[in-house]
Design a protein around this ligand. Structure first.
Ligand code: G1P
Ligand code: ZN
Length: 544
């Protein structure tokens, strides 16, 4: 095998964010940029030598080229075998499953999740470790440190590898296996849920659903599972063809970006159930007829109904949520008598809790939910969980939520995003708020009193690792909260996220519009942080 050792120089911007390294496509295509980061993975992740690596992505622009580069670099870096999804495709949860199922030493997932794609969009690369989950901070820090001192990378001089036909071939001493990206994942779903009950519901003639794949990776997965295995009507899956530019849209499952699905679900003769997933298939949005389920509520409902699902029949070991996620699931955990962990934003923090058997379910307010079946959030899994629930309870989505609120109270919740703001203005806003924290404690705002105000820090109960600076929290005595943090996944400027929550138990006040129910807190947050003047924006760009 002919191997080139190519001289390179370090880039100073290869620190992975909340979920891998994300940059604009043009940036990734600049000379040596992708290669440097991949070599930094191979240099630091010694368990990969002589072992198997899983490789695939969400099919966005540059996915196929990146697969070819990574295959040739893997061959030059003593990887024994690379298993690739057909066409270079693997959804994030399917990649996680494949790593676990094959006992691979890790995986490389090519995606920028819900960020737009195409030549002018974003690209991303994420390294997952042997448990199938995103690399923990210790690993991403090592990769970053290596990227700052790298001087050369190794790449095989080889022909283009055919990734469009199944089967095994070799690249030098390395084996390359091209596998069906859908089959193993679909089998896993079939092992967790009651497909018979779901089939009966979907074929009863009295139930309809729509699933919006947003021209992203879940199209083939959703068609196989919903339409082929469960017999949902043809056309149940909207926008099923994965496109390199996602049809020019943001593949982000919320009511701003999945507008067409929203129109169907809030229109006349709406289906009973609607859902959508994102670019790489790890997020989910759940809708009933004319009804939006807040992701934090969804996590709580799944936890309190888990015993109705075959895979979770014996109960949950515990649950976890990211800090900004609402406390709805905490209330369920108390009722179930199980622990509830509060982690920083980002899926990587759930890995240790899942591996250590401390939790079964976990989720984030950002439309992410999953369980111990993989080590990533899993969009279709959440949709199937809901479908299984609907098949068993024979109630509407709205009825299930209303029952839940009557039992646990309603955690009114919203997130306001101010996107692409000037980075220095965003940092100044956060610095100022940070300096105000000590004085906020004990302060009264109308009828509300601040109980505590801090910068969230997390100590991992399994490995003792400390992650600080994870978001500014203002906690009120009645349990209400306002949280401020800057996004770690954007590629342009800064994005300020403001998370607002309040618990309501009065039975006659469970039916308000969340923006109205939270109006006083929203105003307080805007004033306190001087959001309008500092971001130069009258209102948030995205409200979820
Ligand atoms: C966002 C979400 C976070 C999620 C991540 C990856 O990160 O807020 O919950 O884990 O995307 O999907 P952020 O941009 O806020 O850093
Ligand atoms: Zn995603």
């Amino acid at each position: 095998m002919d191997i080139s050792v190519v001289a390179t120089h370090p880039f100073n911007d290869q620190k992975p964010g909340t979920s891998g390294l994300r940059k604009q496509v043009s940036h990734f295509r600049s000379s040596h940029y992708l290669e440097n980061f991949v070599q930094s993975i191979f240099d630091t992740q010694t368990p990969l030598r002589g072992a198997e690596l899983i490789l695939g992505g969400d099919g966005r622009f540059f996915n196929r080229e990146a697969v070819q580069v990574i295959l040739r670099m893997a061959a030059a870096n003593d990887i024994r075998k690379v298993t690739v999804g057909l066409g270079g495709i693997l959804s994030t949860p399917a990649a996680s499953h494949l790593i676990r199922k094959r006992g691979a030493a890790g995986g490389i997932v090519l995606s920028a999740s819900h960020n737009p794609g195409g030549p002018n969009g974003d690209f991303g690369i994420k390294f997952n470790v042997a448990n199938g989950g995103p690399a923990p901070e210790s690993v991403t820090n090592a990769i970053h440190a290596r990227s700052l001192e790298i001087t050369e990378y190794r790449i095989a001089r080889a022909e283009h590898v055919d990734i469009d036909h199944g089967g095994t071939s070799t690249l030098g001493d390395m084996a390359v296996e091209i596998v069906d990206p859908v089959a193993d994942y679909a089998d896993l779903m079939e092992s967790l849920f009651d497909f018979d009950a779901m089939r009966t519901l979907l074929q009863s003639g009295a139930f309809t659903m729509r699933f919006d794949s947003m021209h992203a990776v879940t199209g083939p997965y959703a068609q196989e599972i919903l339409e082929h295995r469960l017999g949902a009507a043809a056309g149940t899956v909207m926008r099923p063809e994965p496109l390199a530019d996602f049809g020019g849209q943001h593949p982000d499952p919320n009511l701003t970006h999945a507008r067409e699905l929203g129109e169907v679900m809030f229109g006349r003769d709406a289906p009973d159930f609607g859902a959508a997933s994102d670019g790489d298939g790890d997020r989910n949005m759940i809708l009933g007829r004319g009804f939006f389920v807040s992701p934090s509520d969804s996590l709580a409902v799944l936890a309190s109904n888990a015993h109705l699902i075959p895979a979770y029949r014996d109960g949950l070991k515990g649950v976890a949520r990211s800090m900004p996620t609402s406390q709805a699931v905490d209330a369920v955990a108390v009722a179930l008598g199980i622990p509830c962990y509060e982690t920083p934003t980002g899926w990587k923090f759930f890995g240790n809790l899942l591996d250590d058997g401390r939790i079964t379910l976990c989720g984030e307010e950002s439309f992410g939910t999953s369980s111990d079946h993989v080590r990533e959030k899993d969009g279709l899994w959440a949709v199937l969980f809901w479908l299984n629930l609907l098949a068993v309870r024979r109630q509407s989505v709205e009825e299930i939520l209303r029952d839940h609120w009557i039992r646990f109270g309603r955690h009114y919740y919203t997130r306001h995003d101010y996107e692409e703001i000037d980075s220095s203005a965003a940092n100044a806003l956060m610095d100022r708020l940070h300096s105000m924290l000590p004085d906020l404690q004990g302060r009264d705002f109308g009828s509300m009193k601040v109980k505590a105000a801090d910068d969230f820090s997390y100590t991992d109960p399994v490995d003792g690792g400390v992650s600080s600076g994870q978001g500014l929290r203002i906690l009120f005595e009645d349990g209400a909260r306002v949280v401020f943090r800057l996004s770690g996944t954007g590629t342009q400027g800064a994005t300020l996220r403001v998370y607002i929550e309040r618990h309501e138990t009065a039975p006659d006040r469970l039916d308000q519009d969340p923006q109205a129910a939270l109006a006083a807190l929203i105003e307080l947050a805007e004033d306190l942080a001087e959001i309008r003047t500092r971001t130069q924006k009258e209102r948030p760009d995205v409200v979820t």
